[in-house]
Design a protein. Structure first.
Length: 271
């Protein structure tokens, strides 16, 4: 599933083509993705201008000039392309702007979502009511992370995947941030204090910003809006590298399973 950097990359890629543009035509090539499309989707999109694009966690918010916000989640395999030269059976939604640009949403597994909320009322929706702080914002610091973790006795890696703790961080970047901070993924979340907490905050911000600058990861189905792949995967220190040598300690990278997800770490570095 695309994590924060992939979603931010897609949002940034869409902006030149849809921000400030009027959607002339909306084409729905099926009745649903994970859930059925709203019956008023054509009415709320066609003839209206996109006035803002925002990201919240792993979601894109597309604000229209009629006080409606289209919420987009890419699911496991969703991606956007601009003016694709070929049609694909998994092209489920098409936005055609007044300038003639064709923006196509493709989703082979159809786990993505598109639904509407009233602009300004996004945080009242169940998807966002309990969502944690944005990790790249000024509000994310050692104090806010400590408060979010104070009652968490689960391993820190599992806690970081909880979107009520911090928004948008998923399996890949949790592994990488814990590696950078030297914290074992097995350590109880509420036992991380002081300088180690400060370092974890810094590491989370670092891996996310590095990934955004590199265009997101190259894992599986994720594509940038120009159809190319990101390349942050080439900079992973531990993720997907079971049995390889740690670049810092020379010890072997280990893989374990936590909450049904693979965790990669260096036991010699992370304690």
């Amino acid at each position: 599933m695309p994590e924060l950097p992939e979603v931010e990359t897609v949002k940034n890629g869409l902006e030149p083509y849809i921000l400030g543009k009027t959607i002339h035509t909306l084409i729905l090539n099926r009745e649903n993705l994970r859930f059925p499309f709203d019956a008023k989707m054509h009415e709320w999109i066609e003839g209206h201008q996109c006035v803002s694009l925002r990201r919240r966690g792993k979601y894109i918010w597309m604000d229209m000039d009629n006080s409606k916000t289209l919420v987009v989640h890419l699911g496991m395999s969703g991606s956007f392309s601009i003016n694709p030269t070929k049609t694909n059976k998994h092209d489920h939604v098409e936005f055609i702007t007044d300038s003639g640009t064709r923006i196509v949403y493709n989703d082979p597994r159809r786990f993505g979502m598109m639904y509407f909320v009233d602009t300004g009322g996004e945080h009242a929706h169940p998807s966002f009511q309990s969502m944690g702080v944005e990790p790249l914002g000024n509000g994310f610091n050692a104090d806010t992370l400590r408060d979010a973790l104070k009652n968490k006795t689960t391993p820190i890696k599992v806690a970081l995947l909880d979107q009520s703790v911090v928004a948008g961080v998923g399996n890949i970047y949790a592994c990488e941030a814990l590696y950078l901070s030297g914290i074992s993924p097995l350590k109880a979340a509420n036992t991380i204090k002081g300088n180690r907490l400060e370092q974890l905050v810094t590491s989370i911000k670092t891996v996310l910003m590095d990934a955004i600058e590199s265009g997101g990861s190259t894992l599986r189905d994720h594509r940038k809006t120009d159809g190319t792949m990101g390349y942050f995967q080439h900079h992973f220190n531990v993720y997907g590298k079971e049995g390889e040598k740690c670049p810092l300690t020379g010890g072997l990278i280990k893989r374990i399973t936590q909450a049904g997800r693979s965790t990669f770490y260096c036991p010699a570095k992370q304690r």
